[in-house]
Design a binder for this molecule. Sequence first.
Ligand code: HEC
Ligand code: HEC
Length: 364
Amino acid sequence: MIRNLLVSTLLIFIIAAGCKEVSSFQEPLDLSQIAYHPNPVPIKVPKGFPQLPLVNKNPQTEEGIALGRKLFHDPILSADSTMSCASCHFAHLAMTDGKALSKGIDQKEGLRSAMSLVNVAFYNEGFFWDGRVKSLEEQALLPVEDSIELHNSWDQLVDKLRTHPEYPVYFRKAFGIDSVAQIDKYMAANAMAQFEKTLISANSRYDQIERGEEEYTPDEKAGYEIFFDDSKELPDGECGHCHNVPLMTTNEFLNNGITYAEKASDFPDLGRGGFTGSQFDNGKFRVPSLRNIALTAPYMHDGRFKTLEEVVDHYASGGHYSPSVSPLIKPLNLDETQKRQLIAFLNTLTDLKFVQETQQSEVY
Ligand code: HEC
Ligand code: HEC
């Protein structure tokens, strides 16, 4: 009896294994039978924002964005299927991770703080804190293989995408491929870049006030005037020279005096200089946008400041000496009320509608 049971169980296993064998030898899905009608979705440039380049080698489509959004949030991207791009770029933190330094799948800490991806479509001076990458399409190839981020290999990931139950159809609809063999890393990166370019935030309280829909409180107004050197009575904050409208950054590479260095070679992180090789660039970092700044603590390329109060204290004090520090960094003469007013203005840069809409469209 027991022997019979054993034999029949064994038989079931053999049959099941046989079936599995058969299914993996199935003909690859004929993708050409699936409709390919990409729906163009040009980026809507908010009023006053810079125009985008006329030539777009990776034009946005509804289907490309949907694929990019799915990939961006899918832990399939990492070697152990635990992390995706969204693990370090959360919508509720305006696409940052809330950590001073980001950690990847092996719990190893990187050297820099995750950047916000808000309005990335409008940055064209190079991506990352040092500007070392030219385009979003190029950037999206990097985290997958970065040993302290997703620590995967594109060969493995592309294999998984080709045999996945859903992705081949997404790739067909986005890029018109006829067979899964055509899926490659460049298509995946292009799709992620298309998704990232939809992350547009231009509806903060500041924008509403600029459009005449709202008005500043007296404290916010004073903060605005300090930020943009706009009043004869209040001290100049000099902020607007580097964090300029409408993106709240000039996108330049500058040194805002957070690190003391006697010589150009003394910076622990060379920043822009590490990429250009010019010692005049040592200690310079890309001026980050201050849009949604209340949501993106901790601050600076290494997350050294926990609060906006600490940031404002840094600027008010005049910062630290180094050979590349900008002449705009000098003691500001702000009293405690004026520091508070400056922060009240910074808080008007939060766009909760962007956060809500981006959160709602997150895919898990
Ligand atoms: C482990 C955390 C982590 C993961 C995972 C991660 N990022 Fe990032 N991201 C960062 C950090 C840190 C930086 C800044 C790096 C630097 O400047 O060297 C950054 C910067 C960026 C930038 C540059 C933004 C700018 O304005 O220059 C883009 C774009 C970006 N990430 C997209 C992605 C995409 C797409 C993925 C997934 C394929 C991803 N990130 C996965 C941490 C992460
Ligand atoms: C000389 C140009 C310059 C001036 C003036 C300046 N900043 Fe900055 N700001 C920068 C740079 C560059 C960084 C990034 C530095 C780094 O991380 O190493 C930065 C970073 C910041 C950050 C952190 C952003 C983030 O995402 O981590 C805040 C907040 C900030 N600045 C606010 C201000 C305020 C408020 C003022 C005026 C009191 C001001 N800045 C004046 C260049 C400037």
